[in-house]
Design a protein around this ligand. Sequence first.
Ligand SMILES: [Zn+2]
Length: 166
Amino acid sequence: MRETEGKGILVLDTSAILNGVSPHQMGETLTVPEVIQEIKRGELHRVLDFYGDILHVRSPSKESLDIVTGEARSTGDLNKMSSTDIHVLALALDVKGTILSNDFCIQNVASSLGVKFQGVNSREIRKRVVWKASCTGCGRNYDPDVQICPVCGHETRRRGKAISDV
Ligand SMILES: [Zn+2]
């Protein structure tokens, strides 16, 4: 992760966001609309609250989509990749960013294209964020899996706390 600190542009896929990659210590952080839609359909949709407007949503160019699709076909990854995967990788290509993904196909095609990538379950990344659940009513803090405050009955909100010393 160290080489992506500073001004580099990061492109996050669904796995990166659900793993709580912290955008706060980094440069510009981007994803594609398809990733946002995937997350909003899932149980962990409230993770997006944590990112707020720090996470910028942008669609890739048609040209990059074509390049990525062609490369994925040539590496044999295309039939294992979702449309979202292709879009994420194309955006990373557009902005010359570093893609954060656990997906082996994305990493493989990224490598083939010369797009920098990082896995998001590396120890370095996990150290960056500590998750907790904070009650929206009384403000008490709980383990991140607690969804309803046992004291006042309000919903909790998951919050990530960035750790500076990686
Ligand atoms: Zn409460």
